[in-house]
Design a protein. Structure first.
Length: 320
């Protein structure tokens, strides 16, 4: 038996069976890889369900109890959640959580996009600059936090620089000031995460055709119009990824706070993440800590869904 492939209206090409690239398996047995069905992934699925989902559901259940982590417990309904929103410290923790999340998302996206646009194609040293800007991302958050803790000390480099330029009146004990301590944490987070956002935008900018920008320039479009009407639509998926990951990471900030201020001074930098740790593991209020963790999970879920809706591809949605 031969296979005839039509090349054009007047010629045909006959291919003998032995010349085909994919020979049939001999002996009538199928190769082992062909038996790969869903049960091959069953061990991993069971592990994920047991470690992640089962633990999350268990914690969610104990959020409605007064369990201390040991011994008996009682079901108390919504008392833990009422306590959260009636406690000024917990309300302040929620506000600080949202402030750090949205502050870090806005600043890292602005700076990351700016760096990506600056070193995308024009600079000869762009590869070195990419490495230097991305380097803080690979460092441990605790290590970065301790470096910045040294910088923010009263006798540290920041106050020394202010004194050198004649601004002694602006010197502060930055991490002990209830007003400025949260800003110090925000600066630390932004400094470390900007390089990661920059890499996401560099990947998006690589997919924007240069011809479109050149055509827009020839049509008389200025820099801002080219950016808004050509670049931004081309990097919309990158914007969605960067903002989604930024919101999730911003709502879960923990290491930097623990290293810089441990939630102080006087609870000025407490967040939901730090309160979950303190209530559940330091004070033994496991049920209350689980309620805080559930509130944090719901906040992350709500903002992630809203962000995905806000940054969706509207053109693709219309076509669908």
């Amino acid at each position: 038996m031969t296979v005839t492939i039509e090349r054009d209206a007047t010629r045909t090409l006959t291919v003998p069976p032995e010349a085909r690239r994919t020979p049939r398996p001999r002996g009538g047995r199928r190769p082992l890889i062909s038996y790969g069905h869903w049960w091959w992934a069953l061990p991993a699925i069971i592990l994920v369900i047991a470690v992640h989902y089962a633990a999350t559901l268990t914690g969610g259940f104990f959020a409605f109890t007064n369990w201390t982590g040991l011994g008996d417990w009682e079901f108390i309904g919504l008392d833990n959640f009422v306590r959260i929103f009636n406690d000024p410290l917990m309300v302040g923790a929620v506000i600080n959580t949202l402030f750090l999340a949205f502050g870090s998302v806005i600043l890292t996206n602005i700076l990351g996009l700016g760096f990506a646009l600056a070193i995308n194609r024009t600079l000869k040293t762009r590869y070195i600059l990419r490495t230097l800007l991305f380097m803080p991302v690979v460092l441990s958050p605790l290590a970065v936090a301790y470096v910045w803790k040294f910088i923010f000390q009263f006798n540290g480099p920041l106050n020394g620089f202010l004194a050198a330029i004649g601004l002694e009146e602006m010197q502060k004990v930055w991490l002990a000031d209830p007003t400025w301590s949260i800003w110090a944490i925000l600066l630390t987070v932004v400094w470390q995460q900007t390089g990661f956002v920059m890499v996401i935008y560099l990947a998006g900018l690589a997919s924007v055709p240069v011809e479109l920008e050149e055509a827009a320039a020839l049509d008389g479009a200025g820099v801002f119009k080219r950016f808004w009407h050509v670049t931004v639509p081309g990097i919309r998926p990158s914007i969605a990824i960067a903002t989604t990951l930024g919101i999730i990471q911003g709502l879960r900030i923990f290491d930097q706070i623990l290293a810089l201020t441990a939630g102080g001074p006087a609870g000025a930098t407490e967040t939901l993440a730090t309160q979950v740790y303190k209530q559940a593991f330091s004070l033994g209020h496991f049920g209350f800590g689980s309620a805080l963790a559930l509130v944090l999970t719901l906040i992350i879920l709500v903002f992630a869904i809203l962000q995905q809706y806000a940054t969706r591809d509207r053109d693709a949605a219309r076509k669908a």
